[in-house]
Every structure is written in structure tokens, then in C-alpha cells.
Design a protein around this ligand. Structure first.
Ligand SMILES: C[S@@+](CC[C@H](N)C(=O)[O-])C[C@H]1O[C@@H](n2cnc3c(N)ncnc32)[C@H](O)[C@@H]1O
Length: 200
């Protein structure tokens, strides 16, 4: 049995498991795994989920924060409602939309998540540049909204600007780790930046 075969099998397992557990996407398990590793989201937290559709990360975040917490989800696409989650629609790269997010938040957040991804063209450099643009917007929003000590998790398609992005995140957070959850597809170029201990 090759390692490739074993990984494919377990990825099909995530797809099935997501259906069984009522999550809207298999990506749910990436957040569940990262939260187990890094203890990012706690009961009572306020969480902002950027690039949230169809909504599995928001479902997971909502379960983790419980009724005392709050989850705000934003996507450029329309999203089916999730009971207990505030849903906004707009382009996270737009300054007006970033302003709307701040207004909706109405105060500091404990965690900012960003699983946003551009529509993939297959042109490696282009997809990377668009992904970095989204990741920069997530960092900008996090700098506006996170409480000191808060966390940011952001997806990036790897490429030449990744080291510079990582360095920029390091300016604002005490601990920054690039991380690939095992629920990520093997062929994917995505990597998550897990940044904790926000410093103003
Ligand atoms: C991989 S999906 C997110 C999956 C989600 N985390 C989940 O678990 O259901 C990436 C999302 O990023 C969104 N997106 C892409 N560009 C965006 C932008 N400029 N502003 C907001 N959302 C964006 C897409 O519409 C898509 O829904």
C-alpha cells in the first residue's frame, strides 16, 4: 500500500465524515485539526471567518465558541444561513467592506480566520498573487479588529511572495507558524499561517 493511496483513502474519509456530521464541506476537518494542535478557539470567543462559504469553518467555530461566543462570517458569495452566525456578503479586499466588517463586529475579536481562495485559473503565479492579496486583506482586517493576544489563521497558495508575507505577519504576532493540516489535499499548494499573540 503506497503512502499516496493511504492519503487518498483518508481524504475520501473526510468527505464522507463531513456529510455524516452535517458539515457543509470537508474543510471543516482542517479547522478542527488546527484547533486541536494550536488551541485557537475557546468557549466564549468572538470569531471572524473570512471567505466563509459554504460555511463549514463557521459551523465548527460556532460549536467551539458556544452560546456565549459570537461568529461573524463573510464571503463574496451568498451563503445559506447558519443559526447563531452573523453572515455578511462582500469582497474582503474592498476598504468599504472592511469598514462594514468593523461596524458589524462593534468591538475587538479574539480570532480571525481566513480560508478565502481565488477562483483557481491554473496559472500558478496569478493564483499565488491573488491568494496573497486576500491574505494581505485578512492581515489588515486582523490588525484593525484583534484584541492584543488574539490569533489569526490564514490560507495562502505557496509561491515567491510567501516568505515576505510571513515576515509581515511576524511583525504583528508573537508566534507565527506555517502549517499544513493532514486534511489538506495532497496535491494542494495551500498552506496555513497560524499566528498567535497579536501585538499592536
Ligand atoms: C475554500 S472556500 C472556503 C471554505 C470555507 N472555509 C468552509 O469551510 O466552508 C473559499 C471561499 O473564499 C471566497 N472568496 C474568494 N475571494 C473572496 C473575496 N475577495 N472576498 C470574500 N470571499 C472571497 C470564495 O467565494 C469561497 O467561498
Amino acid at each position: 500500500m503506497s503512502a499516496h493511496w493511504r492519503k487518498k483513502q483518508s481524504q475520501d474519509r473526510y468527505f464522507r465524515q463531513a456529510k455524516e456530521e452535517g458539515y457543509r464541506a470537508r474543510s471543516a476537518f482542517k479547522l478542527i485539526q488546527m484547533n486541536q494542535t494550536f488551541k485557537l478557539i475557546r468557549h466564549g470567543d468572538r470569531v471572524l471567518d473570512l471567505g466563509a462559504a459554504p460555511g463549514s469553518w463557521s459551523q465548527v467555530a460556532h460549536e467551539l465558541v458556544g452560546p456565549e461566543g459570537q461568529v461573524i462570517a463573510l464571503d463574496i458569495a451568498a451563503m445559506e444561513p447558519i443559526p447563531g452566525v452573523m453572515i455578511l456578503q462582500g469582497d474582503m479586499n474592498s476598504p468599504q467592506v472592511q469598514e462594514e466588517i468593523s461596524k458589524a463586529a462593534g468591538g475587538e475579536m479574539d480570532v480571525v480566520l481566513c480560508d478565502a481562495a481565488p477562483s483557481v485559473s491554473g496559472l500558478r503565479d496569478r493564483d499565488h498573487a491573488l491568494s496573497i492579496e486576500l491574505a494581505e486583506s485578512a492581515l489588515h482586517v486582523a490588525r484593525q479588529l484583534l484584541r492584543p493576544g488574539g490569533s489569526l489563521v490564514v490560507k495562502v497558495f505557496e509561491g515567491e511572495s510567501f516568505p515576505a508575507y510571513l515576515q509581515e505577519v511576524r511583525r504583528s504576532f508573537a508566534t507565527v507558524k506555517p502549517h499544513r493540516p493532514s486534511a489538506s489535499r495532497e496535491e494542494s499548494r495551500e498552506i496555513y499561517v497560524v499566528a498567535r499573540g497579536y501585538k499592536r
